[in-house]
Design a binder for this molecule. Structure first.
Ligand SMILES: [Zn+2]
Ligand SMILES: [Zn+2]
Ligand SMILES: [Zn+2]
Length: 349
C-alpha cells in the first residue's frame, strides 16, 4: 500500500517515544454524528472570588492565609499526594505483590492574582513570569538530593478534573522517575545508542521539512500535532535547540516559550470558542545526578474535546482493553488549528 492510501484507510502509526502503536481510522470521520454540537455559554467570570483558596489574601486549609500577591504565587499543596518525610519501607512477595515507600514534594503555582485570567488571556510578560517561576521551582526541587524527577503540569477545566478554576499549575517532585517519563527516557536512550542522534532532534527535522502537522512556531520552539497523536487535538511543543530542561533555556528562549504557550492556547480557545480544556505538562531530564545527553525538552498538551465545546473523546472500550485509536487524522487536526486566528475570540467582544 502506498502512502497516499494511508490518508483514507485504517492504519496504525508508531509512537517512537512510548514505543507503542496507535490505530487511526480516517474513514470514520464520514460517519453520521447524532450527538450534540452546542456552543457552551462561558460562565460569568469574576476577578476575585472570596470563596477561592487560591485568590490573594484568602484563607486556605488549616487557617493558612495567602499573601496579597500581585504577580505569581507558589506554595506547598495543603493536600499533597506525596510527603517528603516518609520512612523507607519495602514489600515484595514473589515479585507479584510489590510496593515501596515513596517520598515527594507537591506544590501549587498560581499564574496571577486574577481568578479569571487564563494563559491565553494573559499578557506575554505575565506568561513569561510563570515560565520563570516554573524554572526557578524546577531548579530548587532538582537540588533536593533525593528528588529524581520534577513534573510540572496543568489541568485546565472541569472536564480534566481541575478542582478550582483559578488558573494554576502543579509541581510534583519525587524520589523515583514515574512511568511515562521512564518510557520516553528509555526510547530516547535506545535511539541515541542505535543512531548516535537525538530522537526528538531528528523527529523535529522531519516535521519542519514536511510542515503538514506544524501548528505554529517561533525562533525557539515548534508546536506540532505529533504523527502518533492519540487525543484529537494533541500537541507537542519541541525546543529547536537540544535542551534538557527549563534550566537550559537562555533569556530569549524563556520569552519564546512563554510566547508559544500563549499563542497555542489562544488557538485552542478559538477552535470551539470555549475555554479549551486540557492536561499539559513539561517533560524534562531526570534530576538524578546522571548526565542525560539523550533527553530533549518538550511539552505535551492532551485536550479531550473532539467536535465542539461539549463533545469529547472518551478513552474507553478498545483503548482500555487493546490500544489507543483516533478518527480525525493528525494532519486534519493540525490544519484546523493552523488556520485559526491568533487573536482570542473574546477580545473585542
Ligand atoms: Zn481565585
Ligand atoms: Zn534533541
Ligand atoms: Zn514526553
Amino acid at each position: 500500500m502506498n502512502e497516499t492510501n494511508l490518508r483514507t484507510t485504517p492504519h496504525r502509526r508508531w509512537n517512537p517515544l512510548l514505543r507503542e502503536w496507535v490505530l487511526v481510522s480516517p474513514h470514520r470521520t464520514q460517519r453520521p454524528w447524532q450527538g450534540k454540537v452546542d456552543r457552551v455559554a462561558s460562565a460569568p467570570s469574576i476577578e476575585y472570588d472570596p470563596e477561592c483558596y487560591l485568590c490573594p489574601g484568602n484563607v486556605r486549609a488549616e487557617g493558612l492565609r495567602n499573601p496579597k500577591y500581585t504577580q505569581t504565587f507558589v506554595f506547598d499543596n495543603d493536600f499533597p499526594a506525596m510527603l517528603p518525610n516518609v520512612a523507607p519501607s519495602e514489600r515484595d512477595q514473589d515479585g507479584l505483590i510489590v510496593a515501596s515507600a515513596e517520598r515527594g514534594i507537591c506544590r501549587v503555582v498560581c499564574f496571577s492574582p486574577r481568578h479569571d485570567l487564563t494563559i491565553p488571556c494573559m499578557k506575554p510578560e505575565e506568561v513569561r513570569r510563570v515560565v520563570e517561576l516554573c524554572t526557578q521551582q524546577h531548579q530548587e526541587l532538582a537540588d533536593v538530593p533525593w528528588v529524581k524527577h520534577v513534573q510540572i503540569f496543568e489541568n485546565r477545566g472541569v472536564l480534566m478534573g481541575a478542582s478550582n478554576p483559578h488558573p494554576h499549575c502543579q509541581i510534583w517532585a519525587n524520589e523515583e522517575i514515574p512511568n511515562v517519563p521512564m518510557r520516553e527516557l528509555g526510547a530516547m536512550r535506545a535511539f541515541l545508542k542505535g543512531n548516535e542522534k537525538c530522537l526528538l532532534c531528528e523527529y523535529l527535522k522531519l516535521e519542519i521539512e514536511d510542515g503538514e502537522r506544524t501548528v505554529c512556531e517561533n525562533e525557539g520552539f515548534v508546536a506540532v500535532v505529533p504523527y502518533w497523536a492519540v487525543w484529537p487535538f494533541e500537541i507537542m511543543i519541541l525546543s529547536r535547540r537540544h535542551l534538557a530542561s527549563l534550566a537550559d533555556l537562555d533569556d530569549t528562549e524563556q520569552g519564546n516559550l512563554a510566547e508559544i504557550l500563549r499563542r497555542l492556547t489562544i488557538r485552542y480557545d478559538n477552535l470551539f470558542e470555549t475555554a479549551f480544556p486540557y492536561s499539559m505538562g513539561f517533560h524534562q531530564e531526570p534530576t538524578d545526578g546522571e548526565s542525560h545527553p539523550e533527553f530533549h525538552f518538550h511539552a505535551h498538551y492532551f485536550p479531550p474535546l473532539l467536535r465542539s465545546a461539549t463533545v469529547q473523546k472518551f478513552m474507553v472500550g478498545y483503548e482500555m482493553l487493546a490500544g489507543p485509536q483516533r478518527d480525525i487524522t493528525a494532519e486534519g487536526a493540525a490544519a484546523r488549528l493552523r488556520n485559526l486566528a491568533e487573536t482570542h475570540y473574546l477580545d473585542g467582544q
